[in-house]
Design a protein around this ligand. Sequence first.
Ligand code: NAD
Ligand code: UDP
Length: 310
Amino acid sequence: MVTGGAGFLGSHLCEKLLGMGNEVLCVDNYFTGRKANIIHLLDNKNFEVLRHDITVPLSVEVDEIYNLACPASPIQYRYDPVQTTKTSVHGAINMLDIATRHDIKILQASTSEVYGDPRVNPQAESYWGNVNPIGPRSCYDEGKRCAETLFFDYYRQYGVKIKVARIFNTYGPTMLPDDGRVISNFIVQALLNEPITIYGKGSQSRSFCYVNDMVRGLILLMGSEDDCTGPVNLGNPHEITMLELANRIIQITASDSKLVYKPLPTDDPLQRRPDITLAETILKWHPQVNLDDGLNSTINYFKTIVLDTE
Ligand code: NAD
Ligand code: UDP
C-alpha cells in the first residue's frame, strides 16, 4: 500500500513498484494528488486505487505500507494547517495500527524539515533540529516530528517493523506547475519569460534530489534488515543557493526572465544539506542523477505542460 500514491513522489513510487512485479494499492484523498498522475497505471491488473483520507481508520490487508500521504509544498500544507497535522499524526496512528495488526513493515516519509532551520551543516541523523513549534511551518514540521515519535513508540512498545526516511527536497517530472515549490516556480517562470521570484536575498540553500534516486532509496530502505529502522537521510548532498538555482535554470532554458525579490517567508530555513553517510553505508545508496541532468528532464516535462508542446 502506498498512501499519497496519487501525489508527486507516490505516483513515481507506485509505478516503480509495479514495474518490479508488485501488486500496489494506492490510497489517496486527492488533496494535492491528481488522478492524472496515476491514470497510466489503471490498466495494470496489479494496480488498485482507493479514495480515502488516512486521518480516518482503515481496515485493509496488505503486506507493506509506504506512508507518503501529506501535502509537501509550503503553500499547500499551510492551506489547512489543522488537517496537515492530523494527516501526519492521526494518519500515522491509523497506518501504524494496520502494521501492528498484520505484523508488516511500514515506511514513513519523514522530512528534512524535522531539522527546522538547522544550526549545523550538513545535517546528520544525530542532529535534533531547531524547530519553531508555533510558527506557520509548524503544522508540517511538528506533525512530521510527532509522526517519527509515534513510529519509534510503536517500534519499542509493539515491535512494529518501522522504516523512517528523512527526505530532502525532491523534484522531477509530474510536479504540479502551481504547487509553489521553488523548482516548479522557477522553471515555469523561466519558460514563460516571466520574472523569477527570489524570496529574500536568495542566499538560502537547498540540496535537490531527482525523483528516481529518491524512489530507489525508499525501496532499498523498505527492503533493508528489520533492525534498520532509520531515521535515514535520503537526499542529494549537492547544495545550491536559490540565486544560483535561478541563474542555472535561466541559462538552461535560455530564458529572458529577470529576477525579482520578494519577502522571505517566516521561518524559511537558511541552509539544508543532507549528510548521507548512513544511507551510503547501510543501503549502499547514492544519488546518481546530477542537478543539470535532473533539471533538463524536469524542464522538458514542464515544456509539455506550460508551452503545450509534445
Ligand atoms: P504531494 O503533495 O505531491 O503528495 C502527497 C499526496 O498525499 C497527495 O496525493 C495528496 O492528495 C495525498 N494526501 C494528503 N493528505 C492526505 C490524507 N489525509 N489522506 C490521504 N491522502 C492524502 O507531495 P510529495 O512531494 O509527493 O510528498 C510525498 C511525501 O513525501 C509527503 O509525506 C512529504 O511530506 C514527503 N516529503 C516530500 C519531499 C519533497 O521534496 N517532495 C521532501 C520531504 C518529504
Ligand atoms: N523559494 C523562492 N522562490 C520561489 C519559491 C521558493 O526563492 O518562488 C525559496 C524558498 O523561500 C525556500 C526555497 O526556495 O528558501 C525552497 O522552497 P520550497 O518551497 O521549494 O521548499 P522548502 O522551503 O520546503 O525547502
